[in-house]
Design a protein around this ligand. Structure first.
Ligand SMILES: [Fe+2]
Length: 191
């Protein structure tokens, strides 16, 4: 099976100033493209060929896992944004955030803190378990909570390539800016 890179549902200049067009063109246009190309090369002839990408992430190891997870994580990340995003979640997800973190502001604070304190490259995730309980986890490198049996809802990419062109070393500012473009309808649909 050949995996293809979906076109983003918004123009690459439409998330500025949170994420500049230049960053999207490099990050989605070049980094993500390379992960998918590597995945397509590596998966040929393996037991994972023809499997759903989520199953590959759950079971593969080494370079195949790294490229499969990076391919999936970036699509998940970029499809969490909208030029009309921001604001707050509603419905069951909003209730669960209040229940498990105290308030939406407390959740944002904990999520940002997890992203800022993750050493090196990786991802911070909001996920749910089978009972709907919410968890914030830090995952190094390509890490994905599907490996832990959790259902991912939202992620921030904290690799330097995600923010260095726009924010240089200011990871905290980069993460804070993302709240302005979150597509909460999408995150709620994942919950
Ligand atoms: Fe990235």
């Amino acid at each position: 099976m050949t995996y293809t890179q979906p076109q983003l549902p918004y123009p690459s200049d439409s998330l500025a100033p949170a994420i500049s067009q230049e960053t999207i063109d490099f990050h989605y246009g070049k980094h993500e493209k390379a992960y998918i190309e590597n995945l397509n090369k590596m998966i040929q002839g393996t037991e994972f060929d023809n499997e759903d990408l989520e199953d590959v992430i759950k079971r593969a190891d080494g370079p195949l896992y790294n490229n499969a997870a990076q391919a999936w994580n970036h699509i998940f990340y970029f499809f969490s944004f909208s030029p009309d995003g921001g604001g707050e979640p509603s419905g069951e997800l909003a209730d669960a955030i209040r229940r498990d973190f105290g308030s939406f502001d407390k959740f944002k604070e904990e999520f940002e803190k997890a992203g800022v304190s993750l050493f090196g490259s990786g991802w911070v995730w909001l996920s749910r378990d089978q009972d709907g309980k919410l968890f914030i986890t830090q995952e190094p490198n390509a890490g994905n909570p599907l490996r832990k049996g959790l259902t991912p809802l939202l992620t921030f990419d904290v690799w330097e390539h995600a923010y260095y062109l726009d924010y240089q070393n200011r990871r905290a500012d980069a993460l804070k800016s993302l709240w302005d473009i979150i597509d909460w309808d999408m995150v709620e649909s994942r919950y």
